[in-house]
Design a protein around this ligand. Structure first.
Ligand SMILES: Cc1ncc(C[n+]2csc(CCOP(=O)(O)OP(=O)(O)O)c2C)c(N)n1
Ligand code: SF4
Ligand SMILES: [Mg+2]
Length: 351
């Protein structure tokens, strides 16, 4: 096997962000995915989002499971913390890491097989517990790494490359995330970077469990007529509910008066999500209306994209558990161990 390394040369004219890094500093190894795989476009969007957010790479922890999608953290943020877990187990490992060190920004990267099949239970519990993270599923409707079997997100009636029809109903991770209590829920398309980058920026800056399902065509096994996860199908059936701009707290805020209805959503950290509603009837603050809207449009054969729901005042698992403001991994044994007397008191209270 040949390992390709990127040249270390840095062109002096490359633009730097506010913390002094170029986009190159957010890259990783050279991708070994198939040319044209949607997952590579998502990696590019993550790189762009982190660069634009002025995040220092060492403040990010990227975790994934198993699959082509779960390999991608090797191709971005090469200077960040990383953990490639076992299949479907990213959410629990991320939850543990997050509880140990609340100071990092957590990026969970997974696939539709990893999250909707073997890892469905893990996905559900991370959403309902409100673990603060940007959870990104790179959804191609197949197990790409193991040669293209239908995954649980494949639409009923869609066809495999060999013409086999999928008879099972799909798991819709967006609908599940909404139902389970995620406080930021969106759907993107790997072929629409202009929409995806602000969606990812909003998710990283969000104060609770943020979930984005990104339709990401698998060019090797699921990009043919009959697939509902192909480039052509998604381009033809895409129904965007909103155009989203992400405005960091420090930047000047301007209003585009010419656009359609504009909803500004200010998040905990002062950042602003500016949603230009493309449909006057769409309300991104109504969880149940979002679920009904998605269902209606799915039945019409449409793939609804955009920021579907956000609770700007969401809190996370640390708030629920009332953990210490200081990351647990920075506390010493004297602070972590309550001592024999406290243990005795607790035992007595339970007798
Ligand atoms: C416990 C376990 N079961 C099965 C596998 C085999 N396996 C590897 S990747 C994968 C599916 C990956 O699909 P997905 O998450 O959709 O990623 P993609 O390759 O499509 O991006 C499976 C079933 C495994 N690695 N471990
Ligand atoms: S098999 Fe599919 S998902 Fe895997 S790298 Fe190739 S195109 Fe991407
Ligand atoms: Mg897949």
């Amino acid at each position: 096997m040949t390992y390709l390394a990127k040249p270390r040369l840095r062109h002096p004219t490359l633009a730097t962000n506010k913390v002094g890094y170029t986009r190159r500093d957010y890259e990783g190894k050279i991708s070994t995915l198939c040319a044209g795989c949607g997952h590579d476009s998502i990696s590019a969007a993550i790189i762009e989002a982190c660069w634009e957010l002025d995040i220092e790479p060492h403040r990010v922890a990227k975790l994934s499971g198993i699959g082509c999608s779960s390999k991608t953290p090797d191709y971005f943020l090469g200077a960040s913390h990383g953990f490639n877990t076992v299949h479907g187990r990213m959410p629990s490992v991320l939850t543990g890491a997050n509880l140990a060190n609340r100071d990092l920004l957590y990026l969970g990267v997974s696939g539709d097989g990893d999250s909707a099949s073997i890892g469905l239970g893990q996905f559900a519990h991370a959403m309902r517990r409100g673990v603060r993270m940007a959870y990104i599923v790179e959804n191609n409707g197949v197990y790409g790494l193991t040669k293209g079997q239908f995954s649980a997100t494949a639409d009923q009636g869609s066809k495999s490359k060999k013409g086999v029809v999928n008879t099972d109903s799909p798991v819709d991770l967006v609908a599940m995330a909404l139902q389970l209590g995620a406080s930021y829920v969106g759907r993107g398309f790997s072929g629409n970077k202009a929409q995806l980058v602000p969606l990812i920026k909003g998710a990283i800056s969000h104060g609770g469990a943020a979930f984005i399902d990104v339709i990401s065509p698998c060019v090797a096994f699921n990009n043919h007529p009959g697939s509902t996860k192909s480039y052509d199908y998604v381009r033809e059936h895409n129904e965007a509910v909103s155009r989203i701009d992400f405005i960091s707290g420090r930047e000047e805020i301007t209003v585009d008066m010419g656009a359609g209805e504009v909803v500004d959503v200010r998040q905990h950290d002062g950042t602003l999500l500016r949603l230009r509603s493309l449909h006057p009837d769409y309300d991104p603050s109504d969880r149940y209306a979002a679920m009904a809207y998605m269902q209606r449009h799915h039945e019409m054969g449409e793939v609804v994209t955009g920021l579907l729901y956000v609770d700007p005042l969401a809190t996370d698992l640390h708030t629920a558990l009332n953990t210490s403001d200081r990351p647990l991994n920075s506390l010493g044994p004297d602070q972590l161990c309550p001592g024999a007397q406290a243990l005795e008191r607790l035992n007595n209270s339970l007798r």
